[in-house]
Design a protein around this ligand. Structure first.
Ligand SMILES: *Cc1c(COP(=O)(O)O)cnc(C)c1O
Length: 402
């Protein structure tokens, strides 16, 4: 064991020390290169050291770093306007993280009903397998006992039902229900996409019962599924949406988007943040949108996603004793191995390929959206070698175990 670390022991960290990166590649202290299909868990949406992002950040760094929200912050209005133009939303509140974006979403929904004279409608229906962050409210929303245990009473007002179970949602709606909160594609839960029909049905239920539909697109948003936001695939719009991760491309940035109606309870003094909407974050967020909203970029994501998914499907066919299932959508793909996911993840790491563990024994593959066809093929070749090292049926597997 290494000497006691000064850091909290909250993470089981891999013994990898990266000092720089470029595109989909990371380099360690000792100069070893890794293909990064973890991308900071869907954060490094444009890869590492993207020149346009580097320039936006350094240009802003020489002007002004921080301004209080006591003043107008020009970058907030500019980025806000662009988000409004590209989404369902009329209003935005900027945050520094996903959990804060969810906190704002939860508060916005509750405050909406409060302002309409229904303070009792603070209950929010959530889904098993969800992940919404690590604050005291968002662990209650996520409902994962591992994250809740030992932190005092679970925050009230979250009613959890099975993911995709419309009858359970209907049964959970009561006079205190104010909203439904869902990730269109569960990330942490194991790359589980909600069907378009389910999302449409939730939208209809919300309309029928006067509920607000809150989407958590912290992981699946900003181009990850091949649309700017995942809800576009279902042809619906939410009332409130939490965004983070990919929108900052590695700079801490989140946002809570809402329709004017949904945000109508959030009047002066009801919410705030010291750093939310910081000029550095606004500059980087705009630079990310410059790239993601550029003509042809989302088509590139869809093309790379198809190439990757087809390659993974053929690996599954070739290594049925190693790979049980390929799942996901866009560049949010998952491999469910036959054995423990930690084993395949480790075999991938030996091939210098990074992925991310998730629920249901799934390995998440979240390459940067800028990933090239060459990178995808290289990633597939590395997964192939990793699978080969674990297979018992192939000649190479037999040779290896001999
Ligand atoms: C990562 C994540 C969060 C929490 O974001 P933080 O920036 O870690 O607070 C919330 N929801 C989803 C879907 C996420 O993937």
């Amino acid at each position: 064991m290494a000497a006691a670390t000064p850091l909290y022991d909250t993470y089981n960290r891999a013994p990898l020390r990266f000092t720089h990166g470029e595109g989909a590649w990371l380099t360690t202290e000792s100069g070893e290169r890794y293909l990064d299909f973890a991308a900071g868990v869907a954060v490094n949406s444009l890869g590492h050291a993207h020149p346009h992002l580097v320039k936006a950040l350094t240009d802003q760094a020489s002007k002004v770093w921080h301004l209080s929200n006591l003043y107008e912050v020009p970058g907030q209005e500019a980025l806000g306007r662009r988000l409004m133009d590209a989404t369902f939303a009329d209003k935005v509140f900027f945050t520094n993280s996903g959990a804060e974006a969810l906190e704002c979403a939860i508060k916005t929904a509750r405050r909406y009903h409060f302002a309409k004279g229904h303070p009792e409608r603070f209950h929010i229906i959530t889904f098993e397998g969800a992940f919404h962050g690590r604050t005291t409210a968002t662990i209650a929303a996520g409902g994962n006992e591992k994250y809740i245990e030992g932190f005092g009473p679970k925050a009230p007002g979250f009613d959890q039902v099975a993911f995709g179970d419309l009858d359970a949602v209907k049964a959970a709606i009561g006079p205190e229900t104010g909203a439904i909160l869902i990730e269109p594609v569960q990330g942490e839960g194991g790359i589980r996409p909600a069907s378009n029909d389910f999302l449409k049905a939730l939208r209809a239920l919300c309309d029928e019962h006067g509920l607000l539909l809150i989407l958590d697109e912290v992981q699946c948003g900003v181009g990850r599924t091949g649309k700017f936001f995942a809800y576009e695939w279902a042809g619906i719009t939410p009332d409130i949406m939490a965004v983070a991760k990919g929108i900052g491309g590695g700079f801490p940035l989140g946002a809570c988007l809402a329709t004017a109606e949904a945000a109508s309870g959030m009047v002066a003094g009801t919410h705030g943040s010291t750093y939310g909407g910081n000029p550095l974050a606004m500059a980087v967020g705009q630079a990310v949108l410059d790239v993601v909203l550029e003509e042809g970029f989302l088509q590139h994501v869809r093309d790379m996603a198809l190439l990757f998914a087809q390659g993974l499907a053929s690996l599954k066919d070739r290594f049925p004793d190693v790979i049980a299932e390929i799942r996901g959508t866009g560049l949010m793909l998952g491999i469910k191995p036959v054995g423990p996911s930690s084993e395949l993840l480790m075999a991938m790491r030996r091939e210098h390929l990074l992925g991310v563990p998730a629920g249901e024994n799934v390995i998440r593959l979240l390459p940067p959206l800028t990933v090239t066809a060459e990178d995808v093929r290289e990633g597939l070749a590395r997964i192939e070698r990793a699978a080969e090292s674990l297979t018992s049926s192939s000649a190479s597997g037999a040779a290896k175990s001999a």
